[in-house]
Write a protein that binds this ligand. Structure first.
Ligand code: PLP
Length: 443
């Protein structure tokens, strides 16, 4: 695309998705994104871009942030993850400060070379013990763990059978590993059985991996893990469960859904993230198979060719695991559960459509794209923050907030947020649709 083609252009910032703007025909691969950029910039100028906000204070129930148009939002935060608020816990801060004082800033390499610090090795042992697994391996992010473990295990002749709503890291790993990727309907055991039986009959010797999550964030629901595991046993498939959203945050001792469903030691491969409850970037893969660590160290790009978690990050996550396993962790999970139930019931009372069951995530269906964008824009103007999930991540007419509840929210925070949400929705329904915005980026 040359600059002569960059004429100021009217955008409908309240409708459409990036799919309407990406120019797949441009020979220059960077130019393909130019119209998307212009549309997003127009959205930011018109208060219709609720994404890529910058935080100006620490993560907590109240926060100061700046949106992409430069507007400051200072108020209620239901848009960040730190389920048990461990990032502010004195013991975690102390652990980080101690690691800094001991010079533990840099891993110095990948885990395959010399990036493994003593603290990271201890963390891997802690995770393995926590999950009653023989072994655990830490990776630089949860995304790397999901993508990497599938890439390490699956070869082109193998098959991956994956829940239709599973996280992008699992899908992208599966698609990079094999052309044989099969989606089963979300949490639908019958559909899984049919697909697995068919695949096994047609490919008696193939490896098959079944992948799902223990808690789905866009729905706040969970699969029947015991039933899925049994189907995997019956068909000779390997079972992988991504515990990113519930590990540490739910379950009597913080083991999440795998604990609630009594399948702790039975799942073949467990993966998770530190980004929701464990106050850090990072992720892990755990199993009872002695060869998995070798597979990850040698056959997984995101482990072999990426710097390991730093000693400071390892110390933070270690400290979070210690707290999660302590009476403090039980109390915080109980507070979180109370908060999630209160938020759900208060929103429902105001006529909002809430999905799933109580968990750290409360999905609130708002409606179609323009309405949900307008409600969210109004919410920000009322100094409250939520994350909007839009099409194509969810269906066109079911855009939603994915509210992230924390143990540290007070009842007043929750009721105040609901009252602002009601106002934001009323304003959106009352106001005429805003007009379009003129593109004004530099030509
Ligand atoms: C289900 C699931 N898996 C994996 C990830 C990736 O985790 P991380 O943020 O540690 O990369 C996420 C994060 O959004 C997630 O929701």
């Amino acid at each position: 695309m040359n600059s002569a083609e960059h004429k100021p252009k009217a955008f409908d910032i309240w409708n459409g998705s990036l799919l309407d703007h990406y120019d797949a025909t441009a020979p220059n691969m960077l130019d393909r994104w130019h119209p998307v950029m212009a549309w997003w910039d127009a959205r930011a100028q018109g208060d219709a871009d609720p994404y890529a906000k910058v935080t100006n204070s620490e993560i907590g129930p109240r926060i100061t942030a700046t949106d992409r148009s430069g507007k400051r939002i200072e108020g209620l935060n239901f848009a960040t993850q730190d389920c048990l608020n461990l990032s502010r816990h004195p013991a975690v801060r102390r652990a980080a400060a101690d690691a800094v004082a001991q010079g533990g800033l840099h891993a110095g390499g990948s885990a395959a070379l010399m990036g493994l610090s003593a603290g990271l090795v201890r963390l891997e042992q802690t995770i393995a013990r926590f999950l009653d697994c023989d072994d655990a391996t830490v990776l630089p992010t949860g995304w790397a763990a999901g993508y990497g473990v599938i890439r390490a295990l699956v070869r082109p002749q193998d098959h991956v059978v994956i829940d239709a709503l599973a996280h992008a890291c699992l899908f992208e790993g599966a698609k990079a590993a094999t052309g044989n990727v099969h989606q089963f309907d979300h949490n639908n055991i019958d559909d899984l059985v049919q697909r697995l039986t068919r695949i096994r009959a047609a490919h008696p010797a193939a490896g098959i991996l079944v992948a799902t999550e223990s808690l789905f964030s866009a729905q706040s629901d969970s699969p029947d893990l015991a039933a899925m595991m049994q189907i995997c046993r019956d068909t000779g498939a390997l079972f992988l469960v991504d515990t990113a959203h519930d590990l540490g945050a739910t379950g009597p001792t913080g083991r999440g859904e795998i604990e609630k469903q009594g399948v702790l030691r039975a799942i073949d491969v467990i993966m998770g993230s530190f980004s929701k409850t464990f106050a850090s970037a990072g992720g892990f893969v755990a199993s009872n198979h002695p060869a998995l660590k070798t597979a990850l160290r040698l056959g997984c790009g995101p482990s072999r060719y990426s710097n390991a978690l730093s000693p400071v990050q390892s110390a933070v996550v270690q400290s979070c695991f210690d707290l999660v396993s302590s009476p403090t962790g039980s109390q915080l999970r109980s507070d979180l559960q109370h908060n999630s139930a209160l938020l759900r019931s208060a929103l429902r009372h105001e006529g909002f459509d809430i999905l799933g069951g109580p968990s750290p995530i409360v999905p609130v269906v708002l409606g179609d794209v323009p309405l949900s964008r307008r409600i969210t824009s109004n919410l920000f103007a009322l100094n409250a923050l939520a994350n909007l999930v839009e099409f194509p991540s969810v269906p066109q007419t079911a855009c939603r907030w994915r509210l992230q509840v924390m143990a540290g929210h007070s009842d007043d925070d929750i009721l105040d947020f609901v009252s602002r949400a009601v106002t934001a929705r009323r304003q959106a329904l009352d106001a005429p649709p805003p007009g379009t915005v003129i593109e004004n980026f530099a030509l």
